[in-house]
Structure formats: structure tokens, C-alpha cells
Design a protein around this ligand. Structure first.
Ligand code: MSP
Length: 521
């Protein structure tokens, strides 16, 4: 069985997730589920980034020691991920012994390779980004991401010879253009490398909240050097060589644009220095913006709380609107209003209604007896939709995959309006054999369309998919996380179950319509 190993960024725990940080996890989860359904042995890793100065500060403000605080936050984060039906296979925390050992081993390997030296660092440091900024990259003297004033830091640090890896990075990107997608981000990174890389500081002299350096225990490992290593310690590095051999290199890192440089420049260089392979692909998504072009964030207060969105729209609804409204490859302004409207239009009206009316008509006109599909216009529409859906989902363009599928939902709804099954039923009842045959054909096509949409949407709507199939009288062949069962692409053929007798159940509303005003958060 082919394998697929994917990861998200690990979150700082100084705050609970907002919908921007949650979006990334929902997107990665949809990809993980698609891969499982497609027959890949899938490992989906998420986790928390705990050794940050901001995390330590948040703990102290609450009067807790950092470890106790991180333990509490780990539970709170995971409760939110469960509420969104995020199906991670493993959750790594950077204070776990398996990670600490791995970081020290990787650091030692980089030292042994001659890539680390001691020097003095002076520069502007943004604590929220946990990174130094050259003066030219500041905007009016402020951090371009957090809009806060950086502090001036001057320390004796250990440095990593990042500058030595520029040529290899450029060659790697040229040979493997898929390493960084989308293309716009790849171009930005190439520009940064071509502009010349500076060596980076990889230790901190002040503070004890961090992993001690193996070669200098008075220093702690710089939080980004520490954090990136989660992708290997979460795949068995050091602890289980056979596991690590199976999973590494990762097939996909899903991350936001503010941390692209760490993942596409620092991370491969660190791995190469230690004699390991670079990840195969880094997908750089855009930001959720809110309140008029501002990055959604906790500190700015312009955020949607994933708990509120799930409470109003259900978990499947929250997942759908996030993935449909936000373009995976650029920034998108979102709002409560746009979410509720999208939910009502696409889920309550278009898809919910389609399933409801199809099942109702099969009950009313055919006594629940599931008819076979035909090779009519809906079959052709599906043949056009499937490759477009597949290309979009495999290219990580999840909003496009859903747009393609919902085009097809529209085609199915239009068939109902054009064919008017209620009129065909009346004629059939009066003894018109042609009308009877057409009625069976139209309803067969509608049921087939619902089956295909339900299944193809399963990575996005994992709780709805089995409910749709059950109403159509089909068994759902997959486990809750998408494992097991036949390969989804075999199931997504038009007429894959043609000729199999079955009965639809009573229609059961999938997505109740929301009142826009009363659903306000
Ligand atoms: N701890 C680091 C990542 C280390 S990965 C080895 C970090 N954490 S974070 O909590 O600040 O961000 C986690 C992820 O959420 C990042 O990929 C970041 O880009 C993403 N997002 C943060 N705000 C976001 C939006 N408003 N919209 C979309 N994604 C956002 O960075």
C-alpha cells in the first residue's frame, strides 16, 4: 500500500485556536481523509509548539508553571480539533521526551557536520514570530505580521551555516518545482534565496524554557529549530527506525504564508546537514482576513471562534464553509455573514434539498424502490466533473474541488426542474409507459448523483457522507476516519452499483436552514 505522510504547523499555545489557525487543520484533514479513501496508508500529524517565550509569558500571567499550562492547553486544543472532526493519527508536543531527544540528536548531527559555530547576534526580534528581522524587512519599524515593535536583542548565540545551503536549495527547487506550491510562493522563496542567505542563530542564551543544547547546556535550542524537528520526531525519528524509514520524507507540510521561509529554506538545510531528506512538498496557504483586510488573529481580536462556528453550522457545516469560502492559494476576507449565507445556499438549499427531494420522490412515486441510473445528461455532466474534482483535490485546491462538485449539484437540481418528475408520475399513473420509464430514469440518475456527491464530499463532510448513503439505501464502506473500504476512485464511477436492488429510507433533513440574523455570533 502506498504511504502518505502529512503534517500541519504546530500551534503556539499562548492562545486557543481561532478560525484562521483552525482552517489549516480542516484543510489538511480533508486531504488526509481523501488520501485514506484513495487507498493510501496515511499518517496525519498535528501538534503544539510549546517552547515559545510567549507561551512561557502566558503561563506566568496565569500563575502557572509553563509545563502545567501547556498540559492544560494541549487538552483544550485537542477538544477543539475533536469538535471539528479532525482525524489526526498522532499529536506531538514539543515538551515530550521523544521530541526532546530527537531535537538534541539532530542538533548534535548538525554540529558534527561542522555547520554550527559560536558568534554574537544583534538585531530586531519579534517575540510573536520568534524571529529576527533585518531592518529592511520591518514596516515603519514594526513587524510586518504582528504590526508590533520588535525588541533589540544582543546575545552570544550558536549559529547555523544556512548561507552555505543557498545553491543546493535553488537546485532542489529547480529540479522539484512541486516542492513549494503554489507557484507565487515558490517565486517569493527563490527571490529570497537568490538575494543571499544569512546564517541563522539557533540558540538562546537567556531563559530556561526550552531544550538545552547538547554541546552547551547553558543555552536552549532556538524555538524554530526545535519546532521544525517535530515533523521527524512525530514520525519515529530515533525512537523507531523502522517507522521513520516508512514515513520519512513527509509527503506534504501544510502551513501558512508567514512561516514559508522556515519550512522551505531553514528546514531542508537542517535536514541535509544531518544527512536526511527534505520533505517532498510544502503547501503554503493564504490567510483568513477579517474586519477589512486584516489578518485574523487573537491579539487583534478580529477572529471567529471555531466553537461558535461549529455550534451554529455543525462541524460538517463549519468545515464546508471554511474550505469553500477560503481560497487555499491566497488571502480571503471572511465574515460570519458570508459563512451563514454560504451554508444556506450550498448546504441547506442546493445539496440538502437535492437529497431530500430525490429520496422523497423515490418514496412517493416508486414506493422507495431504488431505480437504476441511465447514461443521460447527468452521466455526461459527472464524466466532466470527476476529473476536474480530482485534479483540484490532488492539487490541494480544495475550494476549487468543492466548486466543481457543487456545479454538478446544480446540474442535478436543474434536471429536476427540466424533467418535472411529478408530471411524469401523473402520466405514468394514467398508463403512459414511456413516462413511467423516463420517471424511473430521472429518479435513478438523481439517486446516483446524490451517491456520487455524498462520497466525493466525504473528505469535507465526513459525518454527512454516511447519512446520505444510508438514505439512498447504500452501505457506507469506510471507517469514521476514511480508512478501509474500496478505493474511492472505483466508487466514483457513474453507475458503479447499477443493477443492485435497494430501498431508500424515509428522507431525513441534512442541513436545516439558518436564519441569518438569529445565527449571528
Ligand atoms: N508555532 C509556529 C509554527 C511551527 S511549525 C514547525 C506558528 N504557530 S501559530 O500558532 O502562530 O500558527 C499556526 C499556523 O496557523 C501557521 O501555519 C500560521 O500561518 C497559521 N495562521 C495563523 N493565522 C492565520 C490566519 N489568519 N489565517 C490562516 N492561517 C493562519 O507559527
Amino acid at each position: 500500500m502506498p504511504k502518505f505522510y502529512l503534517t500541519t504547523a504546530i500551534d503556539y499555545v499562548n492562545n486557543l485556536p481561532h478560525l484562521g489557525t483552525a482552517y489549516e487543520k480542516i484543510a489538511a484533514d480533508a486531504i488526509a481523509r481523501y488520501k485514506r479513501l484513495a487507498g493510501f496508508d496515511t499518517r496525519f500529524l498535528m501538534g503544539n509548539d510549546e517552547h515559545s517565550t510567549n507561551v512561557e509569558k502566558a503561563a506566568r500571567e496565569k500563575g502557572l508553571d509553563p509545563q502545567t499550562y501547556c498540559d492544560q492547553m494541549a487538552e483544550a486544543f485537542q477538544a477543539i480539533w475533536k469538535r471539528l472532526d479532525i482525524s489526526y493519527d498522532d499529536f506531538i508536543r514539543t515538551t515530550e521526551p521523544r521530541h526532546i531527544r530527537g531535537v538534541q540528536a539532530l542538533f548534535a548531527a548538525v554540529v558534527a557536520n561542522g555547520d554550527v559555530y559560536k558568534g554574537k547576534y544583534e538585531g530586531f526580534y519579534c517575540v510573536s514570530c520568534e524571529r529576527f528581522y533585518p531592518e529592511k524587512d520591518l514596516e515603519n519599524g514594526r513587524c510586518p505580521v504582528h504590526k508590533t515593535e520588535p525588541s533589540w536583542l544582543s546575545e552570544d548565540n550558536w549559529f547555523f551555516k544556512l548561507s552555505a545551503y543557498g545553491p543546493r536549495l535553488l537546485e532542489h527547487i529547480k529540479k522539484n518545482p512541486e516542492f513549494i506550491i503554489p507557484e507565487s510562493r515558490r517565486n517569493e522563496i527563490v527571490n529570497v534565496i537568490e538575494g543571499g542567505l544569512e546564517d541563522i542563530s539557533v540558540s538562546r542564551a537567556s531563559g530556561s524554557w526550552g531544550i538545552p543544547l547538547p554541546n552547551d547546556p547553558n543555552h536552549t535550542v532556538y524555538v524554530w529549530f526545535d519546532a521544525l524537528i517535530n515533523y521527524i520526531t512525530g514520525a519515529g525519528f530515533l525512537e523507531s527506525p523502522a517507522e521513520f524509514e516508512r514515513w520519512w520524507p513527509a509527503d506534504l507540510h501544510v502551513i501558512g504564508k508567514d512561516i514559508a521561509r522556515f519550512h522551505t529554506i531553514n528546514w531542508p538545510a537542517m535536514l541535509w546537514s544531518a544527512g536526511l531528506e527534505a520533505p517532498k512538498k510544502v503547501w503554503v496557504h493564504g490567510w483568513l482576513l477579517s474586519g477589512g483586510g486584516e489578518r485574523m488573529s487573537k491579539s487583534r481580536g478580529n477572529f471567529l471562534d471555531p466553537n461558535d462556528v461549529v455550534a451554529a453550522l455543525t462541524s460538517d457545516g463549519a468545515r464546508y464553509v471554511s474550505l469553500r469560502e477560503v481560497a487555499f492559494d491566497r488571502d480571503t476576507e471572511v465574515s460570519w455573514d458570508s459563512f451563514v449565507r454560504r451554508y444556506n445556499a450550498d448546504l441547506a438549499n442546493d445539496f440538502g434539498n437535492l437529497v431530500n427531494r430525490s429520496v422523497s420522490m423515490v418514496n412517493r412515486y416508486l414506493e422507495g424502490d431504488r431505480p437504476s441510473s441511465t447514461e443521460g445528461s447527468l452521466a455526461s455532466a459527472w464524466m466532466a466533473c470527476l476529473p476536474a474534482y480530482r485534479a483540484a483535490v490532488e492539487g490541494c485546491l480544495l475550494h476549487m474541488a468543492l466548486a466543481e462538485l457543487w456545479e454538478f449539484v446544480g446540474a442535478a437540481n436543474r434536471l429536476v426542474d427540466a424533467e418535472k418528475p411529478w408530471e411524469l408520475a401523473k402520466a405514468a399513473k394514467a398508463g403512459d409507459a414511456d413516462a413511467e420509464e423516463r420517471l424511473r430514469g430521472v429518479l435513478g440518475d438523481l439517486v446516483e448523483a446524490c451517491r456520487l456527491i455524498g462520497l466525493a464530499a466525504a473528505p469535507f463532510l465526513p459525518l454527512t457522507a454516511p447519512r446520505v448513503l444510508a438514505q439512498l439505501g447504500y452501505p457506507y464502506p469506510y471507517a469514521a476516519d476514511g480508512n478501509g473500504g474500496p478505493r474511492i476512485l472505483d466508487e466514483l464511477h457513474w453507475g458503479a452499483h447499477a443493477g443492485e436492488a435497494g430501498h431508500v429510507t424515509a428522507p431525513e433533513p441534512l442541513f436545516p436552514r439558518l436564519d441569518v440574523d438569529s445565527a449571528d455570533s
